[in-house]
Write a protein that binds this ligand. Structure first.
Ligand code: ATP
Ligand code: MG
Length: 381
């Protein structure tokens, strides 16, 4: 029997990433409050507003929190895969440093702005070289936030070296990127580096089951947050549904929230099946069935059955290959057979990423397994 975890969805105040100390709904008032929660993407609605809200990366967040509290913030370089909380962390730092007035004290440039050398020479220099005052702010230094800094041109990065040093007295720079190797070494050495690793799925499950202690992943935080505000909508997530969310998100919290929201829009009950249906990923039981065909049926039969299932369920061959690979890792077989099979699967995945012919690649998948089966028989004899 699946255990059902009840979530309460907060009401949508139409304020993207808005004030999380959100006003509780006064049920007696006849104010029209949009309550379907569908207008605002949940990734923005549930963006952590303070450092304490940022899930996982406790060591990093605590260090940054301490440095911010003591007003000793160094230049920062935050890097790591998407959806791990880099931008949210730095925005929370800005809020902590400057309070509600933080927009006046930071210059935020991201990939949607032009960030060539001219911007470094004009916009950044102008902002860094002027003294700003913000009433109520705890810090006097200003913050220049360069999000997606790996997209900055090399020239701009070179020009930034001197600017960072020149204005250290009243300005701090925070560089955020996915690929740290695209940041020139000279800039890296001027900053304190923090790596935001993908969020750990084990922590999600643990936290959701036990629901106590410091939480590591936002799914738990959402639960807590939703319980706290107790609004009208109920959202049922079964344990297996939650496990599927965690599995498919691969440590990307943004992806987890997006899948959760779209599954919620598609169905009121969030089960494993609904989650997989919503993302279009093959269900574990489909993968087991496909693997069974690959390991036991003739070439023609496997081809027919897999093609049928692909068509019926709208599965993508590349997803099947990826999941079957995981299955091959799990089952028992001599390691030399496994090595060759994985190698073949990797080649198929590579070819599929270049949009090769699906039918041919499906044939190649079955052929790889046929070869592996022959090796298994030979090994047994
Ligand atoms: N550690 C986290 N704790 C809580 N929520 C998170 C965390 N990481 C990501 N999220 C959720 O995912 C959304 C996106 O996070 P954020 O913008 O901070 O990611 P990012 O690391 O900057 O990703 P990118 O590299 O793609 O810019 C947030 O709005 C928040 O809802
Ligand atoms: Mg970001």
């Amino acid at each position: 029997m699946t255990e059902v975890i009840s979530l309460m969805e907060i009401d949508d105040d139409g304020n993207a990433g808005g004030d999380r100390s959100a006003k509780p709904i006064n049920k007696g008032k006849s104010v029209a409050v949009p309550s379907d929660g569908k207008a605002t993407p949940w990734v923005e609605k549930y963006r952590p507003q303070s450092l304490a809200d940022v899930a996982a990366h406790r060591d990093i967040v605590d260090t940054i929190d301490r440095l911010t509290g003591e007003n000793r913030l160094p230049h920062l370089l935050l890097y790591g895969p998407p959806g791990t909380g880099k931008t949210s962390t730095i925005l929370a730092v800005a809020r902590k440093l400057y309070g509600a007035q933080y927009q006046n004290m930071i210059l935020e440039l991201n990939a949607s702005d032009d960030r060539g050398i001219d911007v470094v020479r004009q916009q950044i220099q102008d902002f860094a070289s002027t003294q700003s005052f913000s009433f109520g702010a705890k810090a006097s230094v200003k913050l220049i936030l360069l999000d997606e800094a790996d997209a900055m041109t090399k020239d701009a990065q070179f020009a930034l070296r001197r600017v960072i040093e020149k204005y250290t007295k009243n300005t701090r720079f925070a560089l955020i990127c996915n690929h740290v190797n695209k940041i020139i070494p000279a800039l890296q050495s001027r900053c304190t580096r923090f790596r935001f690793a993908p969020l750990d799925p084990i922590h999600v499950n643990q936290r959701l089951k036990h629901g106590q202690g410091s939480f590591h992943v936002t799914l738990f935080w959402i639960l807590k947050f939703c319980w706290k505000y107790q609004y009208q909508y109920r959202l049922d997530v079964s344990e297996s549904g939650l496990a599927a969310l965690v599995r498919l998100s691969n440590g990307d919290m943004r992806k987890a929230l997006n899948i959760l929201q779209s599954t919620h829009m598609a169905s009121k009950k969030i089960t494993e099946e609904e989650v997989y249906l919503c993302t279009g990923n093959p269900l574990p039981k489909d993968i087991e069935q496909i693997s069974y065909w690959l390991l036991n049926e003739s070439f023609t039969e496997s081809f027919k059955q897999i093609s049928n299932m692909k068509g019926r369920k709208g599965l993508a061959l590349i997803d099947i290959v990826r999941e079957v690979t995981m299955f091959v890792f799990k089952i028992k077989m001599p390691s030399d057979v496994r090595v060759h099979l994985i190698n073949d699967l990797a080649d198929i995945e590579y070819r599929l990423s270049f949009a090769c012919n699906d039918k041919l690649q499906l044939g190649s998948l079955i052929a790889s397994f046929t070869k592996a089966r022959a090796s298994l028989v030979a090994a047994a004899e």
